[in-house]
Design a protein around this ligand. Structure first.
Ligand SMILES: Cc1cc2nc3c(=O)[nH]c(=O)nc-3n(C[C@H](O)[C@H](O)[C@H](O)COP(=O)(O)OP(=O)(O)OC[C@H]3O[C@@H](n4cnc5c(N)ncnc54)[C@H](O)[C@@H]3O)c2cc1C
Length: 400
């Protein structure tokens, strides 16, 4: 058994959870995070039932449940005609102790996990330390690190890259990051205006050929929370135009009341991709989370699938540390890569195409089908097993 630590490059939510899952098994972990503290930007905010279960098993569940908002019901709407389908995760109460989406900012998970990690004797959390590359041999990995103290090297038994979409670790593995980038950028803004007054549940997707949107409530300075709304934008628009008051107000006024101004607490614009790395392993180097795959946020699956990677990988690395064959790590790749393609990529692409469908006849056909699905408990249950990511976890278990 190697005495060298596992080095994790990237202290986002996936890196921190992976570190904790390993450290709970007594494995020595060094976590490198390039930033000097946990990034606070508003990104993922939806946790699906299997993810809450995993966080619970790591001892983080109660803190997350205390800080988040439970959303048991969510809607698909047509912008012109209103609610098309409303799904109730209560239908899954027999298969999960958490039959709801938990809405909570990802930086809160990072903070909760980091607070546990700092108290563990087998963990070193190194903020302000950037991984700049690595060299590996049959016995281990030499990880190159840059900090305010200059350049250094750490010898690791394994290197796990959880350093996000632009992963230095993935680039060092020389794998492809296959997929595509959507032409339109997404505008995301937040308003304290309570959409429940208009009949919205805490999460809703609104179909429209030009102004489809995704809506979800987030905790914000106590109840009732704040509403985050994502819209597509035209490729030719400048960032300044997209973020202007006039454009943001026009989006929200377009589907609420046109004759009033809404308070906007936050706004940003970002580019969206669908990509999966051609391999998640190169010898003693592995990747997880956004370093391994990225997708659009429609369905809230990016961060969730990253956490599923981290927990799966930690289980296998633990067994390898105990003497099992390293080939077990290829099963991690098969399970997580395939389910990302079959579920996360497929569902998020389908969700986007559903919302933006331009052909009225096709749109009607798709929305009618969803309406019928929601009205039939057996079909609704099958639909919810997919959209809550329970089916993808079950599928991964089948993959040898
Ligand atoms: C606007 C937006 C909305 C989103 N909404 C959702 C959602 O609703 N639901 C969902 O599931 N997902 C959502 N996502 C996706 C989600 O945010 C990501 O999937 C998630 O952040 C991935 O976590 P990660 O830890 O893999 O990567 P990151 O969060 O990107 O973390 C990577 C970390 O590595 C650090 N780092 C980078 N390079 C290095 C290096 N060389 N050395 C050391 N450290 C390094 C970075 O500073 C960062 O802290 C959204 C994304 C965006 C942009």
């Amino acid at each position: 058994m190697s005495k060298k630590p596992v080095v994790i490059a990237g202290g986002g939510p996936v890196g921190l959870v992976t570190a904790l899952a390993l450290a709970r098994q007594g494995i020595e972990v060094v976590l490198l995070e390039a930033e000097s503290q946990i990034p606070q930007d508003l990104r993922a905010g939806t946790f699906h039932p299997p993810t809450v279960e995993m966080l619970d098993r790591l001892g983080l569940g109660n803190a997350m449940l205390e800080q988040g908002i439970k959303v048991p019901e969510w809607q698909i709407r047509d912008r012109r005609t209103g609610v098309v389908a409303q799904f109730d995760l209560g239908l899954l109460a027999d298969v999960t102790p958490h039959p709801f989406r938990l809405h909570c900012e990802q930086h809160k998970l990072s903070r909760i996990a980091a607070d546990v990690l700092v108290s563990m004797p087998n963990v070193k959390l190194l903020f302000g330390h950037r991984c700049t590359g690595f060299v590996q041999d049959a016995e281990g990995v030499t990880v190159k690190v840059q900090s305010e103290n200059g350049e250094d090297e750490i010898r690791a038994s394994w290197l796990v890259g959880t350093d996000g979409a632009h992963s230095v670790v993935r680039k060092g593995m020389n794998v492809e990051f296959d997929g595509f980038t959507w032409p339109e950028r997404f505008l995301v803004f937040a308003t304290p205006y309570d959409l429940r007054e208009q009949g919205f549940t805490g999460n809703a997707y609104v179909a429209d050929p030009d102004e489809w949107c995704a809506i979800f409530i987030q905790p914000h300075k106590g109840p009732p929370g704040i509403w985050r709304i994502a819209f597509p934008t035209k490729p030719e628009m400048s960032e300044e135009e997209i973020l202007s008051d006039a454009f943001v107000q026009s989006r929200i006024q377009g589907f609420l009341a046109p004759d009033r101004e809404y308070e906007i607490a936050y706004r940003s614009v970002y580019r969206v991709h669908q990509r999966v790395a051609s391999d998640f392993r190169d010898g003693r180097v592995l990747i997880a989370g956004d370093a391994a795959h990225i997708n659009n946020p429609l369905g809230g699956m990016g961060l969730n699938s990253g956490i599923h990677d981290g927990v799966n990988l930690a289980e296998k690395l633990t067994v390898v540390f105990e003497g099992a064959s390293q080939d077990l790590l290829d099963r991690y790749v098969r399970q997580r890569r395939l389910t990302n393609i079959e579920y996360v990529q497929a569902i998020t692409i389908r969700n986007k195409r559903l919302l933006e469908e331009r052909d009225p006849a096709v749109r009607k056909e798709h929305l009618d089908e969803l309406r019928q699905t929601a009205a039939d408990p057996a079909r609704a249950r099958a639909y919810l097993l997919n959209s809550s990511m329970i089916a993808s976890i079950a599928r991964a278990r089948e993959i040898q």
